[in-house]
Design a protein around this ligand. Sequence first.
Ligand code: ZN
Length: 344
Amino acid sequence: MKVRFEKYSRVTKFLDPALNFEENERPTEIRVDPLTGQTSRILHFPMRMLSKPDLEEIVKRSLEFGCPFCPQMLDMVTPKFTAELTKKERITRGTAVVFPNMFPYDTFSAVTIFSDEHFKPLGDFAPELLHDGFCASQEYLDAARRARPGSSLFYSVNWNYMPLAGGTIIHPHLQLIAGKDGTNYHRAILDASRHYAAQNSSSYWSDLVEEEIRLSERFIARIGKISWLTSFSPKGFIDIMAIFDRTPTIFEISEADWLDFSRGLSAAMKYLDGYGFYSFNMALYSGDGEQHFSTLAKLIPRVQLPPMNTSDMNYFNTLHNEVLTIFTPEDICAEVRKFFEGLG
Ligand SMILES: [Zn+2]
């Protein structure tokens, strides 16, 4: 078997105060990402139910600062594209608008807003709304590609939803990035996919989907050419992944594919909403044309742990480049599947 799901159990013994100091033991699970070799740890930690904060209060406070993406401001305060990139000052599609990011992350950096609605609850994103935002974003990244003919660029579509996930503006928006350097993780998955293809004469992503379907432990659903699953070795508390079959770059995603992806994403967002989450990070990573790669997206909710609103990030993430979770991907998959029923 080419894709291997390796995990190790480590057991710690201690004299347990809950058992009158009799000897007890507790396991920790270490899981190896089959592509990158990076590890994640699954802890056995009792979890209280998540409770959402007063979102109305957060939204009200955000409006006191003023929102540059709301209709009365957008035209005046957001930048426009230069003619050398595109003939359109801003790219529009339905209610979606794309404009340059004034605080760029790379050579090509833009923002997509979905609509003129300042706040949209996690469970209220209709697939059609998401679809228009992604189509407009693709048009921008295509303009970046045309502006650098012959260059190999890293293209990504990213989303910080709500301040807990790093969003500084509540108004729902995507961040689009294209540049020749890429990020650590984006480079790592492209390099590892290339290495895997050279070793196995097949695509890691096709092999992964095939194996996950066979095992049926983490496979959520297939919608069109997109396979949804929970990652064996998660990159966050929960890691929901969408893999576009035989789609080496974002530019091979058709309008129908975007709608299929948006239907799945909308369902995944409804799952998060239903389980008390209210914030997430998302990234969609494009390849650079090598046939063994499949464009993929990852969706990771961000969490504050009760009762002290403890951060889900600690020294493991920041200083050890290691992810901790208290959720088992197989358990999460069983829950998410319910929200995808009838979509495949
Ligand atoms: Zn707004």
